[in-house]
Design a protein around this ligand. Structure first.
Ligand code: PAF
Length: 283
């Protein structure tokens, strides 16, 4: 495993692989790695001749500067987790390498970023698109891997790849959960033990809500999930929407959708946790 920190070093580490025509797989991350990230890295290593993981806390995607300041930076622990995966190159650049000049691009994602995370975190997805397109430009991957926990992010990245006509296959990987169901997240490390116990109520409510499909209306299902979670002191739902998994727009009737996904964000104290559940995806 080679660790590089500049774009020149990245090019140097990949040049022989590129000239041999090796397939390059890529996992972009912001570090604070956990087994969810490692599942992406393992798949990337299995699918490609060369694999690159980037660790870069991207300032342009934080609409809340406080969140940026408190984002965990754990490079040594991250490298220890990555070492046994067989990843070829770890790219941990500074801001000046990723953005030698200010990135002023504005993406148009239509309705995709007008809902859920896009609505509650203005500018967030523009920043994600800026950094991911920039990293794709530097790494030039054949495939790139993203976790479905950030369900809306995957849709945004697919749209960006289409708009920029990039030759990258986007691979979405399932959510990895703790034994009790809590979706793995870098933010979980910030939960106090009492909050950690409460946080499991999110995945519990989502899983139970599966029984509502076709039996109760979409609106009753939404209300039930929100009430179940908000009934726990210390948990506050920011939004829960049941959406068409392709358009990300809310559905009002189960039978009108071929692909229904429930997407939720919950404040556990000050810590913002996200999760989602696929109710059905008809072929
Ligand atoms: O999902 C993340 O960790 C980030 O949004 C990403 C894709 C690495 C871009 O900074």
């Amino acid at each position: 495993m080679i660790v590089v920190t500049t774009t020149d070093q990245l090019d140097e580490s990949l040049s022989s692989f590129r000239s041999e025509g090796c397939s390059i797989g890529f996992v972009p991350t912001m570090g604070a790695l956990h087994q969810g990230h490692i599942s992406l890295v393992k798949q990337c290593v299995a699918d490609n001749e060369v694999s690159v993981v980037s660790i870069f806390v991207n300032p342009t995607q934080f609409n809340d500067k406080n969140d940026l300041i408190h984002y965990p930076r754990t490079l040594d622990a991250d490298l220890t987790l990555l070492e046994p995966t067989g990843v070829t190159v770890v790219f941990a650049p500074g801001v000046e390498d990723v953005y030698p000049e200010e990135d002023t691009r504005r993406f148009d994602f239509g309705m995709l970023d007008k809902v859920m995370e896009g609505k509650h975190r203005p500018g967030h997805f523009n920043g994600v698109a800026q950094v991911v397109s920039r990293l794709f430009d530097l790494v030039k991957p054949y495939r790139a891997y993203f976790g479905e926990k950030d369900f809306q992010q995957v849709a945004i990245i697919r749209s960006m790849v289409q708009q920029l006509n990039l030759p990258v296959e986007i691979v979405a990987m399932p959510i990895v959960r703790e034994a009790d169901g809590l979706a793995l997240s870098s933010r979980n490390a910030r939960l106090a033990p009492s909050q950690r116990k409460l946080a499991v109520k999110i995945s519990e409510a989502l899983t139970k809500s599966r029984n509502f499909v076709g039996r109760s209306s979409v609106q009753d299902t939404v209300n039930w999930v929100v009430d179940q979670i908000n009934a726990n002191e210390g948990l506050q739902v920011e939004y829960f929407e049941i959406v068409d998994g392709n358009s990300l727009q809310s559905i009002s009737e189960w039978q009108n959708a071929d692909y229904a996904v429930g997407c939720i964000t919950v404040f556990c104290g000050e810590i913002r946790l996200i999760d989602n559940i696929t109710y059905f995806a008809k072929q």
